[in-house]
Write a protein that binds this ligand. Structure first.
Ligand code: GLP
Length: 259
């Protein structure tokens, strides 16, 4: 099966695993998440279309485990999501909280509070970002951090320009990101909230390992800039190059521009 072969090692710091298609990417990444659950660290989770098949595969893989093992893993579940829109709460189907409940919380019957995510309805978003950052620190930080890639090079919601040491914070979303994410808002970029709370590059780079998942030809050029140009503020995701434990999982379309 694709993904079983030796990974294609691009540097001392980075492993690039090329997988046949988005479905195989999902199975492989779900397997990584299952390993991370077994190791009992805090999971760092992401949203976005890329993660839909990943979470579907994770639910299936968990359901195939013996009941006792599954129950033990689910009882010990501890995760922190990257980001949330300011102004949207879990009761709004367009929120990332609702996305996580639908993809993982409900199918896995996770305990309330197991899927931690910034509160988009908090009256003071900067204070909420500080609270979330401190909650993550108290919990011991992130073990495996799952990451998607924004079309403009954002990671989490760290919009360009962004250096490698930015903390969890509330920030303005760029027009490009509001355009990219308009699908969940009736196709209207103006309906996408103009602010979000996101873990910063500081917390992301502080995770013990990073797993960047990229699929589809539309991301090929930004993935090349992320991995092969010198890291820079204009491509916030490019700071992942500095992490000593980075795995990138991509399908051939997303990897097409890599040399
Ligand atoms: C969103 C999220 C990111 C996500 C990215 C890619 O805006 N904040 O965490 O990785 O954009 O989304 P998609 O997978 O839908 O392309």
């Amino acid at each position: 099966m694709a993904g079983d072969g030796p990974p294609f090692v691009t540097s001392q710091l980075m492993t690039l695993t090329l997988v046949a298609d988005a479905a195989a990417v999902a199975e492989l990444v779900a397997g990584r998440l299952l390993e991370a659950l077994r190791s009992r660290g805090n999971l760092g989770l992401a949203t976005g279309r890329t993660m839909l098949p990943v979470y579907g595969a994770l639910v299936r893989q968990l359901q195939q485990l013996p009941a006792q093992e599954r129950q033990a893993l689910l009882a010990g579940w501890s995760s922190f999501n990257l980001d949330e829109y300011v102004g949207l709460g879990a009761e709004d189907p367009r929120s990332f909280a609702a996305f996580m409940d639908a993809q993982l919380g409900v199918p896995l019957q996770l305990a309330p509070g197991a899927l931690r995510i910034p509160d988009g309805r908090a009256p003071d978003p900067q204070l909420e970002a500080l609270r979330y950052r401190q909650a993550l620190q108290r919990a011991g930080g992130i073990g495996l951090q799952l990451l998607g890639l924004g079309g403009n090079g954002h990671v989490g919601f760290n919009e360009p320009p962004c250096g490698p040491e930015m903390p969890c914070r509330a920030l303005a979303l760029s027009p490009a990101t509001r355009e990219q994410n308009a699908g969940a808002f009736g196709g209207d970029p103006a309906s996408v909230p103009d602010q979000a709370i996101t873990l910063g590059t500081a917390e992301i780079l502080g995770a013990r390992s990073l797993l960047l998942v990229v699929t589809g030809g539309a991301k090929a050029e930004i993935l090349r800039r992320t991995l092969q140009d010198p890291p820079c503020d204009q491509v916030p995701a490019s700071w992942v190059q500095r992490h000593p434990q980075l795995e990138v999982v991509a399908d051939p379309e997303a990897a097409a521009a890599l040399s």
